[in-house]
Design a binder for this molecule. Sequence first.
Ligand code: NAP
Length: 439
Amino acid sequence: MRHIAVIGSGPAGYYTAEAAQKQWGDDVRVDVFDMLPVPYGLIRTGVAPDHQSIKGVSRRYEKTALTENVRFVGNVKVGEHITIPELQSLYDAIVIATGAPHDRKLGIEGEELGNIFGSAAFVGWYNGHPQFADLDPKLLGKHAVVIGMGNVALDVARILAKTEAEFEGADIVSHALDLLRASKIEKITILGRRGPHQIMMTPKELGELACLERASPRVDKEDLPDEEDDLILEPGLRKSVTHLRSFAAIPENIHAEKPIEVEIDFFASPVSFSGKDGAVGSVRVERTTVETGRAKGTGEYYDIPAELVVSCIGYHTAHIPDVPFDDRMGRFANDEGRILPGIYCVGWARRGPSGTIGTNRPDGFSIIEKVVEDINSGILGRGDKQGRSGFDALAEARGLDIVTFRDWKKIEEAEEQAAREGAPREKFVDIEAMIRAGR
Ligand code: NAP
């Protein structure tokens, strides 16, 4: 029997568990650990609440989770409740699938001012992550600035722009919906330090900006390159740029009909924040040009009013004691997923915060192939580790309050029962409340 510990129950974790199951069938036991009492990682707390169809992938993970040889071990923080050397003594292989939960910093003056948030915190807030439930962003100013040209920036801008009715069917948590209902934001500026040809936004997500009830997207046509230059772009990016061109063509009378403007400001690199009474009031921006693909400052500066700032510039992985980390890359030090003999990483913990949910599937399968190679070459021992029973004994001795998948199903049921009309669930945002509901 082979025993695998997967740390993290998001897409990368569950695809790894599925791959292990396919590889060894009944001859494997996989324990999927999570520090939260609830599974699915970014599917629950990262994917936008109004993108429920994307969240539907969790049904596939549930199928894996409900099999005999995979179990969910929630409410256990590896590195705190149990160490990596302890896990190594119990399991043949440890696969770290903890994602990249921490915000990258801009590292510019004034970043510590109030009402400036990283996207992990802000997205976590509207998605009910217990760590960010108390974020309490102020949405009472007229101007919000969202930094970054990726899909997370689009998610944040869209959530800020939507009407309450547009959250029909979404599982945005009530504390966020309450603040958004009272929001006074009239202008959302998405800042990109490079140009339209360097955006990371995908076409479907960008196209949604043009379908909002009370907001219209604005692009300055002067920022767009000649149309024939689009021909060299790969098809997805070309489609996204076509959306930008259509935004630039929206007539003024249409903008005037909508009370919120979502402006996409290219060639604009934030250099500092300033404010009053400890809260942000404006962003100073340097005009850039793009030379050989890189943003280069022009020395021209201007200020943008901003009573709320959400920086969506990427994430880094959280350290785990005893696991080598690559500080420059913000993820575990690894060679195609191998960290140390018997310790592997997958998903964002391996490659950094890029790719779609589906990218994690081949990742999970390829890491299991590496585990197989390492078993075959004798690196991982004879397969005589204790696995689950050893962990259970240790958990009992330590008094760990484990949340099982069965407990999670009770939490899920309670969340579904608590849903407001038209919503699929009302998430618990408090760990103790989750655990109580699971008992
Ligand atoms: P991303 O796609 O890597 O975009 C990050 C953006 O931040 C880039 O435009 C980058 O600009 C900018 N940036 C980085 N450092 C900056 C700085 N110092 N100043 C100004 N701008 C800076 O990351 P993401 O939006 O966080 O998304 C992460 C991953 O999740 C992506 O793979 C994304 O597609 C995926 N995702 C998908 C969906 C969906 O499919 N619906 C939703 C959300 C997220 P440069 O390019 O100039 O560096």
